[in-house]
Design a protein around this ligand. Structure first.
Ligand code: CP
Length: 309
């Protein structure tokens, strides 16, 4: 990889994205074994530094590290010296003094993983920062699409929902465009970033038009606890116009797949039925998250191993 840290998809070359996806293909096979463990990162230490809640990302980074035989430490901000006013950067420096081989960072403020990377000698993996990027989510999404469709180049990917606040949307836009897909975004006007088309996407305020001929439909989580009333009148109204169900999916291609990064607000951005059954690939995304993050840890935390090998 050309850079020591994985801070965003924006920084990656298409060939680097493909290298990670190809490495993840090998990791899938390890997950099918009776003993799901290889010695690749034996003796290495991974620190999970999550300042925001997470189920999928944190658990899959932990499982990924353990499947590669790394020692994985889950740092808990609520029981750390952050509670005694130690700063995030001093926390990072303190952990760095214990010689980890990679630090996985999630924070609610955009740019924190970059600031942490600036003071660390270990590689930093961004596990989601504010509305900036969530690179490993986009990589596992690309992996899942390639697994389901056999390719990414030439596909039409429609991302539906809160594009303005979504780090998942941002990383996926970069990733799918770099790999040759057409990317469309669809949302109520206040949820579309100004000038979003300058990123290379096609923007729609009509879901029907955005879905027309789509191969992949990705719904985003609506943060209705924070946004209802400010960006759309109510969750019910959002669901009626932009919530995906089987009737609306008829506008997409017959074999279109439905994706969601999770957690899902059932009945808001996705109907219960669509969340649980094909063409949904939501649990494939979760499953692939482990293999993809194994690949990322191998390529970043195992740099010396990879370079020597
Ligand atoms: N998709 C995602 O980041 O989920 P978590 O918040 O559960 O990690």
């Amino acid at each position: 990889m050309s850079q020591p840290n994985l801070l965003g998809i924006e920084d990656l070359e298409p060939a680097e994205i493909l290298r990670i996806l190809d490495a993840a293909e090998h990791m899938v096979e390890i997950g099918h074994r009776a003993v799901k463990k290889v010695p690749t990162l034996r003796g290495r230490t991974i620190v999970n530094l999550f300042f925001e809640p997470s189920t999928r990302t944190r658990a899959s980074f932990e499982i990924a590290g353990k499947r590669l035989s790394a020692d994985v430490i889950n740092f808990s901000p609520s029981s750390s010296s952050l509670k005694k006013s130690e700063s995030i950067l001093d926390t990072a420096r303190t952990l760095d003094a214990m010689d980890p081989d990679a630090v996985v960072v999630r924070h609610g403020v955009a740019g924190v993983p970059k600031r942490v990377a600036d003071v660390l000698s270990a590689p930093v993996i961004n596990a989601g920062d504010g509305a900036h990027e969530h690179p490993t989510q986009a990589l596992l999404d690309c992996f899942t699409v390639r697994q389901q469709k056999g390719r990414i180049d030439g596909l039409t990917v429609t991302i539906v929902g809160d594009i303005l606040h979504s780090r998942v949307a941002r990383s996926n836009i970069y990733a799918f465009l770099k790999l040759g897909a057409e990317v469309r975004v669809a949302a109520p006007p206040p949820m579309l970033p100004p000038h979003v088309e300058q990123m290379g996407v096609k923007a729609f305020t009509s879901l029907r038009e955005a879905l027309d001929g789509a191969d992949v439909v990705m719904a985003l989580r609506i943060q209705n606890e924070r946004l209802a009333g400010a960006y759309f009148p109510s969750a019910r109204e959002y669901s009626a116009t932009f919530g995906l169900d089987r009737a609306k999916m008829r506008y997409a291609k017959d074999d279109a797949i439905v994706m969601h990064p999770g957690p899902v607000n059932r009945g808001v951005e996705l109907s219960h039925d669509l969340a649980d059954h094909r063409p949904s690939v939501i649990l494939d995304q979760v499953r692939n998250g482990v293999a993809l993050r194994m690949a990322v840890l191998y390529l970043y935390a195992g740099r010396r191993t990879a370079d020597e090998g």
